[in-house]
Ligand binder design. Structure first.
Ligand code: SF4
Length: 754
């Protein structure tokens, strides 16, 4: 009884041992050692794009001493991943920024002097006002971090300022969303694992990505129930180890495999004739188009035997129900739109769209809608026309997150001046020198840029080029904003007092807006008023929301299948609000793309470098290299300075097949050089029998040292461990023409460091 009230108060008040034992997910001894600690409920800040897992933070003497999963969270239900447990070391890292800084040395030198917040804001506001008058507001670009709720604040700032240049990554999520939306009428697909007969995990990594959300468990439960599991990816990750069939596809060739599967399904009449006749537009044009993409054609491209391609196509086409989990590799290919469209067509013509056991479309939520901070109503054709390097062509702007230029192209404009040079870049929580390709060119752009502002919690890899460095509070050190998913809303609660001169990311944008004279559009700098505005549809204030320690969970609407009439009539995010699917049917033949000068049917386009695209390169570079951006403990370009995590992977590594290694006199654990036509890096060889022998795989994001483990940092350029130096950024080959996706595969050779 006392226990119940202490839980509501979120405080352990020193109740005696028997009651403490009832904290079901805590070991008795652990509870005893945290007796007297205050427990603050909040949200894990260590990854995106979800709202974050719920966490219970134990605070003693003002210090965060323990984190555990919050059982009441519908996202993670008490589970956490390693990154969350290690976040205490992240919070107390000696590399935390403490106060605002101004550059005093040359660009790249990394010499700064301390300034006040007011000085920093005045400096930035002065520069933006000056450039707005001289070059127009579009001379400002803000680069995107991984998905964070403060993104809407800076998009609002950009829009009020008059710039459309939200520099989105061009490599993640929106690429799949775009091609699904313009083929199926919905940007996002679920998977009905609980009722399915077959699951295809296609270059996704459910074991390592957002692990606590339980997708891997749902897949394994379905497998145990008897569903067939097929995994398509170049190496045997934990999900592939459980598969009935593993297709070790050559990186970057997903479109070729999907097209060949369509070929088999169409020619062997394994499609759902009734669904195709009623709900698909242009199937008759697909039939002749697909004939050239036979399994025999796809075999040398994908590196898979034609028989195996036929087998998986027949399994999928014959399954009573089947669902596909398409992963991030689809976003990182110069052929992204073709690949995603081909998968969408597979789902549709087999009748696996929005049906029991198939790929489902959400029926929505009973939760009210937040009032948006992102002022989409202010987008105009004039604003969109000013995009410096549209992530999607202007006709398709804005897409879901708002108008966007491709991240890389914002930076490239500084060097090319095309169509005009961006003059100021603000980089909140993102590191251009490790996040996008061709680091040498990015550094040249940062050196030429007029003004560069870094906003971060920690010293980062792009900081040496910054004119101003803004230190922001970690999410453990501020009590705003709230976060919301489809069915859950919860206030973020401050766990400890800020350990430096911090504002939050949210406050930074409000304060800068006020300095710029935009206060009327920014609640005159009041974050509380802003949050109360957002919550108006909920009929509550932020204080009232905070009174719910674990937030409020709303029931999802019951899943209704076959919502075709409604979904296929969905209006697009474009300025003209025209429908995604003008024919009101699945766009197998895409008239919208055709009218805009793009191919109406998906086709195969070779990557910039591959064994079939450039066989002449194979003499010097016989292996395919690809990288992944998530491991079991790291995420993008941060967290290598956290000792708990770095102990797991102390050195940059590449997975290499033992036969491939031994033929080059490389032993397990040797340091090796990985060299492509564009640059070279160093890493440790990790023998991995479950990888294609013609392929090596590395991890994106290495630059940081870890003092505690005596690991120094790495060069961002050749000779370091930054995979971005290995890739082509040829403007004619390295970008998907519709969604600006950039490839994550190239050709390399490896050799032991002598
Ligand atoms: S998946 Fe891990 S890092 Fe991400 S929010 Fe959940 S616990 Fe935190």
């Amino acid at each position: 009884m006392k226990l119940a009230s202490s839980l509501n108060l979120s405080i352990i008040v020193g109740v005696e041992s028997r009651l403490e034992y009832l904290f079901t997910n805590l070991d008795y001894n652990i509870v005893m050692s945290y007796k007297g600690a205050q427990v603050v409920r909040t949200l894990c800040p260590m990854c995106g794009p979800a709202m974050g897992c719920g966490i219970n933070c134990y605070v003693r003497d003002g210090r965060l001493v323990r984190i555990e999963g919050m059982k009441e969270s519908p996202v993670n239900r008490g589970k956490l991943c390693a990154k969350a447990y290690a976040s205490i070391q992240w919070l107390y890292s000696p590399q935390r920024l403490k106060y605002p800084l101004k550059r005093i040395g040359a660009r790249g030198e990394g010499r700064f002097s301390r300034i006040t917040w007011d000085d920093a804001l005045n400096l930035i506001a002065g520069k933006l006002s000056e450039q707005k008058a001289l070059f127009g507001p579009e001379s400002l670009a803000v680069l995107s971090p991984q998905h964070r709720s403060y993104k809407d604040y800076f998009i609002r700032f950009l829009t009020v300022h008059g710039s459309p240049n939200f520099g989105h990554s061009g490599i993640c999520a929106m690429q799949r969303a775009f091609s699904f939306a313009y083929t199926l009428g919905t940007p996002f697909l679920g998977a009905d694992y609980e009722h399915t007969d077959m699951i295809i995990v296609w270059t996704a990594n459910p074991a390592y990505a957002s692990t606590p959300t339980g997708e891997m468990k749902r897949i394994l439960d379905a497998r145990q129930r008897g569903a067939r599991l097929v995994v398509i990816k170049p190496e045997m990750q934990p999900d592939a180890a459980h598969a009935d069939l593993w297709l070790p596809i050559r990186p970057g060739t997903n479109a070729a495999l999907a097209l060949a599967m369509i070929n088999v399904i169409v020619n062997e009449h394994l499609y759902d004739e009734e669904f195709v006749a009623r709900w698909c537009y242009g199937f008759e044009k697909l039939i002749p188009h697909i004939q050239k993409y036979t399994p025999e054609w796809a075999a040398p491209v994908t590196g898979l035997p034609a028989g195996q391609i036929r087998e998986v196509a027949r399994l999928y086409g014959n399954a009573r129900s089947a669902c596909i989990l398409a992963g991030n590799a689809f976003d990182q290919s110069a052929d992204s739109n073709n690949a995603v469209r081909a998968v969408a067509i597979l789902i549709a013509i087999t009748g696996n769209l929005d049906r029991l056991g198939g790929n489902t479309i959400s029926s929505g939520s009973n939760m009210p809608q937040l009032k948006p901070v992102n002022p989409r109503e202010r987008y105009t054709p004039d604003l969109v026309d000013k995009l410096v390097g549209p992530e999607m062509p202007r006709y398709f702007q804005p897409f879901l997150e708002g108008a966007s230029s491709a991240y890389y192209r914002c930076l490239d404009s500084v060097l090319t001046g095309e169509p005009y040079p961006v003059k100021t870049i603000i980089a909140p929580g993102t590191q251009p020198t490790v996040i996008t390709r061709n680091t040498g060119r990015i550094i040249a752009a940062l050196e030429k840029l007029d003004f560069f502002v870094i906003i971060d919690v920690m010293q980062n890899a792009s900081m040496p080029w910054a004119d101003v460095v803004i230190p922001v509070a970690s999410m453990f050190e501020c009590d705003h904003p709230f976060e919301a998913s489809a069915n859950w809303i919860m206030a973020r609660n401050k766990v400890i007092e800020p350990m430096g001169e911090y504002k939050s990311d949210y406050e930074f944008w409000l304060d800068l807006a006020v300095k710029m004279g935009y206060g009327d559009d920014f609640w005159h700098g009041s974050i509380k008023n802003c949050m109360n505005y957002q919550l108006e549809n909920f009929g509550m204030t932020i204080d009232e929301l905070r009174a719910h320690p674990t937030g409020i969970v709303y029931q999802p609407k019951p899943l209704v299948y076959e919502k075709y009439r409604q979904v296929f009539a969905s209006l697009s995010s474009r300025l003209d609000k025209g429908p995604y699917l003008p024919e009101g049917k699945v766009a197998i033949y895409n008239t919208t793309f055709e009218k805009q000068g793009f191919n109406p049917l998906p086709e195969w386009v070779e990557p910039p470098e591959s064994p079939t695209a450039n066989p002449e390169l194979l003499v010097k570079y016989p292996l395919v290299f690809f990288d992944t951006h998530t491991s079991d403990v790291f995420h993008h370009g941060w967290l290598r300075n956290i000792p708990y995590l770095r102990e797991v992977h102390p050195d940059p590594w590449v997975h290499i097949h033992p036969d491939t290694a031994r033929s080059r006199n490389i032993q397990d654990g040797d340091w090796i050089i990985i060299e492509s036509p564009h640059g070279w890096i160093k890493a440790r060889a990790v023998f991995f029998p479950g990888i294609r022998p013609d392929t090596v795989m590395g991890l994106h994001g290495w630059w940081q040292g870890c003092d505690e483990l005596k690991r120094s940092g790495y060069s961002l350029l050749d000779g370091g461990a930054n995979v971005n130096v290995l890739y082509s950024t040829d403007p004619d080959k390295a970008f998907d023409p519709l969604v600006t996706a950039m490839p994550k595969q190239t050709l390399v050779e490896v050799r032991k460091i002598s």
